[in-house]
Design a protein around this ligand. Structure first.
Ligand code: GLN
Length: 290
């Protein structure tokens, strides 16, 4: 099947169709979408270009490059890793194997956080990964101070690239095992702490798709035995870093709302609420330190 792709003189439309068929054969879920996305990343074509130029004949060079990408995707390498970028809240972020690929689910957390944030607030993003959350907040809102923390230096390297590329302002990235490096430096410094920590239960990890299980960093997924390790650690420590009236906002797994709300209550948070995503599943927990 794929051999056809490197034949000369095939059209734009036919190439993308062959790509789709090959991905379907390899059980790629959104084969048509991915086939076009790979083609677009090589040619720079928009959907409109694609429809206008569907009968245009492609050069061997482009076909060869396209075939290479299709073959990688057929091996279940995530689309975003092949093209090196992901879209989040309408912006392009660089990604690689050292960061969790930003998820549309996390846009709910950002949206909810933006409803609460005020200009000149100071915000901490714990487990920042690609920096997608803190950079979006800083770009959507004028913040006084914005800090992204991660244990992984490799992840922070990606976050800093995104910071430069997106021309965000006032965002610092700190390598730290949760709050360790912030201790004594940022006491009661933040109006809001936001986090999308690793929250998958260890025993669920083997059931995840190959794309996630083999290509997202394990340290960005694994929430240990009950999946709640990071919520517990962050919730216990957060009051020392929040101002009075400050908010703690989490992304959670669909079945973690009750447990995380309970933890927050024990640590002195009030006005706790669980918010659903577009699929109607619990996705965000927030609470305020009064
Ligand atoms: N904060 C980053 C994101 O939401 C990384 C999250 C993680 O590594 N668990 O994409």
């Amino acid at each position: 099947m794929m051999k056809k792709l490197i034949e000369t003189n095939i059209s734009v439309g036919y190439a993308v169709k062959l790509g789709t068929a090959y991905l379907q054969e390899h059980n790629i879920e959104n084969a048509a979408y991915d086939s076009f996305a790979l083609f677009a990343s090589i040619t720079g074509m928009s959907r409109t270009d694609y429809f206008m130029k569907t009968d245009e004949v492609l050069s061997d060079e482009i076909l060869c490059e396209y075939e290479k990408c299709i073959r990688l995707r057929a091996e279940h390498i995530p689309l975003q890793h092949i093209i090196g970028k992901a879209y989040f809240y309408g912006r392009e972020f660089q990604v690689n194997q050292n960061v969790l690929i930003p998820r549309p689910d996390t846009e709910i957390l950002v949206e909810q956080t933006l409803q609460i944030l005020k200009e000149e607030n100071s915000v901490l993003d714990m487990c920042t990964g690609s920096g997608c959350i803190i950079l979006t907040l800083a770009l959507e809102n004028k913040l006084k101070k914005a800090i992204g923390v991660d244990l992984s230096l490799d992840a922070l390297e990606v976050a800093k690239k995104n910071y430069n590329q997106l021309q965000a302002e006032n965002v610092d990235f700190i390598q730290s095992d949760l709050f360790t490096e912030l201790n004594g430096v940022y006491d009661h410094a933040f109006d809001l702490i936001v986090s999308n920590p690793p929250y998958i239960r260890s025993d669920v990890i083997p059931t995840l798709s190959e794309e996630v299980r083999l290509h997202d960093p394990m340290m960005a997924l694994d929430g240990f035995d009950d999946g709640l390790y990071f919520y517990r650690k962050i919730t216990e420590a957060a009051p020392a870093y929040l101002k009075k009236g400050g908010w703690l906002m989490y992304e959670i797994g669909y079945d973690q709302g009750k447990d995380v709300s309970e933890m927050m209550k024990i640590s002195g948070f009030e006005d706790i609420s669980v918010i659903q995503d577009l699929a109607g599943l619990d996705r965000v927990v927030r609470g305020r330190l009064l």
